[in-house]
Write a protein that binds this ligand. Sequence first.
Ligand code: TLP
Length: 347
Amino acid sequence: MRIIDLRSDTITHPTSSMRTAMAKAEVGDDVFGEDPTVNRLEKMAAERMGKEAALFVASGTMANIVSQLTHCFRGDEMILGDQSHIFCYEQGGSASLGGIHPRTVKNQPDGTLSIEDIEAVIRPDNVHFPKSRLIVVENTHNRCDGNPIDAPYMAAVRALADRHGLKIHVDGARIFNAAVALEKKPQDLTAHADSVSFCLSKGLASPVGSLVCGSNEFIARARRNRKVLGGGMRQAGILAASGIISITEMTDRLVEDHENAHRLAEGLSQIQGISIDPGRFRTNIVYFEIARKGLTPLELARQLEKEGVRVIPVGPRRIRAVTHYHITKKDVDLALVIVSRQMRASA
Ligand code: TLP
């Protein structure tokens, strides 16, 4: 049975050119700064994000916590969206590992935080309050329909941050999806940020790895924080070799994932009992709701699984489906036939 796995773009396997590059990678001890392939990846990542330097880390979560620890002191406050990945899915690491106080602001449906809302929660200098230090923007925004966030908004956040002496971190796990969707270069979207993290192991299909990018001084301090978290890697060039292929060969093709997601969303909108506004989805993440009493997302997901279609239930009515390198147009069409059949069967 063909498995159509729409749970996440994290399930992608490395391509054959990645496997070849990994096998042939030149390596050294990266804690000594001597792995030429890691050094090449870090240089390439920094260039792509328009920053001075970059740091290779194990995961998106590690990239985010390293960035937070590097921007904030214990007792500082970080302003972020109530739907952000850092707040929802990273175990509260900012508080447990960094002593950083998370101050959430409601995410707008497009994944942004309104400038007024951010400004309203910035703390005045007062002995009763934590110090506001950092604003986090997620791009694309996972829980807000995978929406890409454009440069003019980032410029507005920068202006606000500068007025109050705050730093900006972009959780750009899927920043290349945002760039492709907006027909911009990634550095156009990150120019106003002090730091940006992005993942190689999602739509870009590498098995492992993320990058933190920022100024030379920021990355030098981030390197210390990676080490204390146990993230100093040795012959990591084996992994970095794949990352280089991710950046050079896998970014332009993301447009196919976006087209397939759009096709999926359009198709779902034709199925009775499913509620979705297909115009909302601009990248590779699609959310739909079951508009029928008595059928839960968990039950539908179980039924679909029996027919080889995997999705993730994410709420009392909501399901997420993500397109990626292993999903073809034909897979989307077949998945739609299967969802339609299951919805009819459960009517
Ligand atoms: N997201 C995963 C799950 O954790 C939900 C997914 O399948 O989408 N930032 C963003 C915006 C993310 O979506 C993710 C992963 C991360 C950070 C964390 O990356 P990893 O999983 O590499 O730690």
